[in-house]
Design a protein around this ligand. Structure first.
Ligand code: C2E
Ligand code: MG
Ligand code: MG
Length: 253
């Protein structure tokens, strides 16, 4: 295990030093008219054997090694400048780690990425998970408010997993809730009650003026259900896997 970790650490440090990380983009679709509304940027670490290492494998290590600020700033810069090459109606979503809030400069990093790229703030969505709100809630909410005041959207990612404290929903006015992909997996297993829970979260979002995106949509059966349940947006392999920016064809844009 230690050897593996050492090898991963070396690959990661090299990639950070030489801007060797990659971003892939997954389409986000408006449910009502099934049009493309934007992309989520997802980071990958290329391994020497040519494979791509998933963020779940290296982000925790990056946090531990205090490399996450540098990686996060690069992801923001790269995603914003890529979005500048798309039509203006398309948005780009970037995932943030709780560790990026701990250092206290996340507002500056976001502001700089917007300024340097020229991207209009309303085209940028920042995805956070509720783990961020578990600790240090006051300071975190203050940082989120500053970000929102800059005009960017704040999204609650992986909603419905973890602690799922509903109080976060009234402590901060999220622009969007993303229902975790485990709900679509459970739907596929025909788990009792999952349909009711998904419909209820969508209704809750509507009532709170928050848009609701469902992730991990893989089948036409799930799409039909979500259309009837009035989900706002959907994202998943059914509509498109994450791909490099260079593979986003002019026909999709
Ligand atoms: P997330 O933000 O919830 O991203 C969605 C994950 O679900 C992505 O995995 C995506 O590839 C996967 N996915 C999308 N559609 C489907 C589907 O239809 N079926 C299934 N089974 N999976 C689907 P990925 O790219 O491995 O990312 C995992 C997590 O890593 C992300 O979850 C996010 O929390 C984190 N992450 C990704 N990029 C970054 C980043 O730049 N910075 C930080 N801090 N975290 C990141
Ligand atoms: Mg996300
Ligand atoms: Mg998610």
């Amino acid at each position: 295990a230690m050897q593996k970790r050492g090898a991963l650490e070396k690959i990661l440090r090299d990639a950070v030093a030489h801007e060797g990380l990659l971003l892939q983009y997954q389409p986000v679709i408006e449910m009502s008219d099934r049009h493309l509304v934007g992309f989520e940027a997802l980071v990958r670490l290329p391994a020497p054997d040519g494979t791509l290492i998933a963020p779940a494998t290296f982000i925790p290590l990056a946090e531990e090694l205090r490399l996450i600020d540098k990686i996060g700033a690069w992801v923001l810069r790269e995603a914003c400048s890529t979005a500048m090459s798309w039509p203006e109606r398309l948005t780009v979503a970037v995932n943030l780690s709780p560790a990026q809030f701990a250092s206290g400069s996340i507002e500056d990093t976001v502001a700089k990425a917007l300024k340097d790229s020229g991207l209009e703030p309303h085209r940028l969505e920042l995805e956070i998970t509720e783990t961020l709100l578990l600790a240090n809630t006051e300071a975190t909410i203050a940082a989120l408010r500053k970000l929102k005041a800059m005009g960017v959207s704040i999204v609650m990612d992986d909603f419905g997993t973890g602690y799922s404290s509903l109080s976060y929903l009234w402590k901060f006015p999220f622009d969007k809730i993303k229902i975790d992909r485990s709900f679509m997996a459970a739907f596929e297993q025909s788990d009792d009650g999952v349909e009711t829970v998904v419909k209820s979260i969508i209704a809750l979002g509507r009532e709170m003026k928050m848009r609701v995106t469902v992730e991990g949509v893989e089948t036409a059966h799930q799409v039909d259900f979500l259309y009837n349940a009035h989900a706002d947006q959907v994202q998943g392999f059914y509509f498109g896997k994450p791909i490099p920016a260079s593979e986003i064809g002019a026909d999709v844009l």
